[in-house]
Design a protein around this ligand. Structure first.
Ligand code: G
Ligand code: G
Ligand code: NA
Ligand code: MN
Length: 255
């Protein structure tokens, strides 16, 4: 409850911080995008991780103003990077279920795109498989978002226990293979799962990205099956904007 009260004031106190984790194309070694990940720099407790406050934010509805702040702040940062010469860089932003159902979500996204003049296709919104349950309504919202031109990515793919039929009916652009499969790629069954997800994604014309990549062996496996996008600690942890920019200036990441 104390944390909840503090969370109410966190935005006013300017305590929300965004870190950015790079996403790399393993064929070219280029950083193609960054995922914005929110942290709370509490005035007394220090850095609080999302696993601790996102659930509270969702329960209380505070995820709505926080989510809007994340979207605005991350897009402004992307704009700066574009102005600094990294014109091809893309941005991924996580959406929670409540945000997806927020009445003015589409308006908010449209407004941010207009204000920052980011090309819509350079903004990607991450939903999770668990959001694909409420079918009709979610499809309508995603279609409105797609009309703006933004990309939709399915985060934590493979863990949602949902029917795969939504892959046809939902306007999605990318599957993000859950890190639990990547972490355990040394197990034969996970090799089967990951290679099958990749080939299914390819057959459906979807982009693929693997998250939680920590070893060269994982990279080699993903290269063999042509999963071009990778994200994980092997490349970099999520970083503050200035540190991320230093990585951008290196141009290429070699594996
Ligand atoms: O790296 P990490 O501990 O940052 O993220 C933990 C969880 O918090 C992830 O499931 C991630 O999707 C979620 N998360 C991080 N940033 C945001 C955000 O800006 N909005 C929402 N809705 N979830 C976020
Ligand atoms: O649910 P979502 O995919 O948005 O969560 C991203 C989370 O994954 C963040 O907490 C981020 O810090 C974490 N993460 C990113 N890369 C790695 C990795 O290589 N290994 C592990 N264990 N976690 C990672
Ligand atoms: Na994510
Ligand atoms: Mn994920």
């Amino acid at each position: 409850l104390l944390l909840e009260n503090d969370l109410r004031q966190a935005l006013d106190r300017n305590e929300m911080v965004l870190h950015y984790q790079p996403q790399v194309n393993i064929e070219t070694g280029e950083i193609i995008g960054v995922e914005a990940l929110v942290r709370w720099n509490h005035h007394k407790k220090g850095m609080i991780w999302p696993s601790k406050f996102i659930p509270i934010a969702e329960e209380t509805g505070l995820i709505l103003p926080i989510g809007t702040w994340v979207l605005e702040h991350a897009c402004k940062q992307l704009k700066k990077w574009h102005e600094n010469g990294y014109t091809q860089l893309k941005l991924s932003v996580n959406l929670s279920l409540r945000q997806l159902f927020q009445e003015d979500l589409v308006e908010t996204v449209a407004k941010v795109l207009k204000e920052t003049k980011i090309k819509p296709e350079q903004l990607e919104l991450e939903i999770t498989e668990s959001m694909t349950g409420n079918t009709e309504r979610v499809i309508a919202i995603l279609q409105s978002l797609k009309k703006l031109g933004v990309r939709i990515s399915v985060d934590d793919f493979g863990t949602g226990y949902s029917s795969l039929s939504y892959l046809y009916s939902f306007p999605i652009d990318q599957l993000k293979i859950d890190r639990s499969f990547i972490m355990n790629l040394f197990e034969e069954e996970n090799k089967v799962i990951v290679s099958t997800i990749i080939s299914m994604g390819q057959n459906l014309g979807l982009d693929l990205i693997a998250e939680g990549v920590e070893t060269i062996e994982q990279i080699e496996f993903l290269r063999t099956y042509q999963c071009v996008g990778v994200q994980g600690y092997l490349i970099s942890r999520p970083l503050p904007a200035d540190e991320l920019e230093q990585l951008l200036s290196k141009k290429r990441i070699y594996f």
